[in-house]
Write a protein that binds this ligand. Structure first.
Ligand code: ADE
Length: 419
């Protein structure tokens, strides 16, 4: 094979191909865009380097971009989220240079990012901002070729806005996460379901009757809390934002400080995007047998380094389930404190990734259409594109919805009509 790649095992490709096919069947919006791309070739001549979770859903995005005329190269956005069979199939069946091995160490992870950037992309796609960060630090020479970079997740957008504020951002960015058809569905229903899935696959514990603590009540936290409640758990929310804390309370959850929650919780999940939401002080106060997981993008939300120092014993009981002994008491960490929905399960279902990746595909097209016209700022995709993704999804689901009548439109734009 003449293409460059680094994947675990090419012989896994047949399983990967079927997995990609199945996911593709649940992604009708992306399929519609792919069909249009096939005819219009809006990405002809463009090289796209994507640093995303290497899953069957991502594979379908890569195929849509390729159909649009782009040359694509893919590397993993997390060492534990790669589905090796999918990576193998992308290389073997679809000829897409892929650099991703499940369980790769930090050095290999960054080597893979660099290998993707070696393709000299005009567009980069990130999930967490690692590629764009490398571009602005060790690979600055490549910035001149970039027409735009898109970002998939909340954590990455936070990083990019900080760069924009510091005037450090040297390329135009589209924050795909900010589209309604991304965060309202992927972050809420996707993270909600896949986090519970990850906890169950790692432990097979019963959630009914347990006290389930969710750190953070953003879109992800809202989804996790609601799904945990659906499984019969008593859900506690911790927050630093008073409005969100109030929202959680009025949504019917208990709200308290993490310091209090650790005394009663059986299961803990962080979903904040910030570091040390669960500290060693918290871990020491937890009840015997507490299960601790993270659903935020980076493995910083649980103080894993502190826990490693504190523990007197460490054992792996099942894949993704590590027991730590702390002065006689045991706590259990899932997926090494990395995002549990991808480390211990398969990430969000294809149905939500359908909309997220439709937005990514449209973002790539937007960069080409607006080449040279965008400033080095963080942009959001236009509302019409967002609404279009929603209406395509509804159409695919066989659901129709009302439209404003001319009279209603007029009423909404006038200010003279009153009582
Ligand atoms: N992020 C969360 N779930 C995902 C999935 N299934 N594929 C790619 N990225 C994801």
């Amino acid at each position: 094979m003449s293409i460059q790649y680094d994947v675990a095992d090419l012989s896994l490709a047949p399983q990967g191909e079927l997995k990609i096919e199945w996911a593709g069947q649940q992604m009708p919006v992306l399929a519609t865009i792919k069909n249009r791309f096939k005819k219009e070739k809006p990405l002809k001549g463009i090289t796209i380097a994507a640093c995303l979770h290497v899953t069957s859903e991502t594979a379908n995005l890569m195929l849509a971009l390729k159909e649009g005329g782009a040359s694509v190269v893919l590397c993993a956005s997390n060492p534990l989220s790669t589905q090796d069979m999918v990576a193998a199939s992308l290389v073997k069946d679809f000829g897409i240079p892929t650099f991703a091995v499940h369980g790769e160490n930090n050095k290999t992870y960054y080597q893979h990012l660099n290998q993707a950037l070696d393709f000299n992309p005009q567009i980069t796609m990130d999930d967490g901002g690692d590629l764009i960060s490398l571009l602005h630090t060790k690979r600055k020479n490549l910035i001149k070729n970039i027409i735009g970079s898109s970002e998939e997740t909340t954590t990455g957008v936070i990083r990019l806005k900080a760069m924009e504020k510091d005037k450090a951002l040297k390329v135009p960015v589209l924050a795909v996460n900010e589209s309604n058809t991304k965060h309202m569905f992927d972050n809420r229903y996707g993270t909600g379901q896949s986090t519970i899935d990850g906890i169950i696959r790692a432990t097979n514990i019963l959630l009914a009757g347990k006290t389930f603590v969710v750190g953070g009540y953003g879109w992800c936290g809202r989804g996790i809390a609601s799904r945990a409640r659906g499984m019969g758990a008593h859900v506690v929310v911790t927050e630093v934002d008073p409005v969100r804390a109030l929202e959680a309370l009025m949504d019917g959850f208990m709200v308290m400080k993490m310091d209090e929650a650790v005394k009663i919780g059986n299961i803990f999940v962080s979903a904040t995007g910030d570091k040390h939401v669960i500290t060693t002080t918290h871990l020491k106060k937890m009840k015997e047998g507490a299960v601790v997981a993270n659903s935020g993008h980076f493995d910083v939300e649980i103080d894993m380094a502190g826990l490693e120092k504190l523990a007197t014993k460490k054992r792996t009981l099942r894949p993704s389930l590590t027991e730590y002994t702390l002065s006689g008491k045991k706590v259990y960490v899932l997926g090494e404190g990395r995002l549990v929905n991808l480390a211990a399960a398969e990430g969000h279902p294809a149905e939500v990734m359908d909309m997220s990746f439709a937005n990514q595909a449209l973002a790539a097209e937007y960069f080409v259409d607006h080449k040279g016209k965008l400033d080095n700022k963080v942009y959001v995709l236009p509302k019409e594109l967002d609404n279009n993704v929603a209406s395509l999804k509804l159409k695919a689901m066989g659901v129709s919805y009302d439209r404003l009548t001319p009279e209603q439109k007029k009423y909404l734009s006038s200010w003279t009509e009153g009582t």
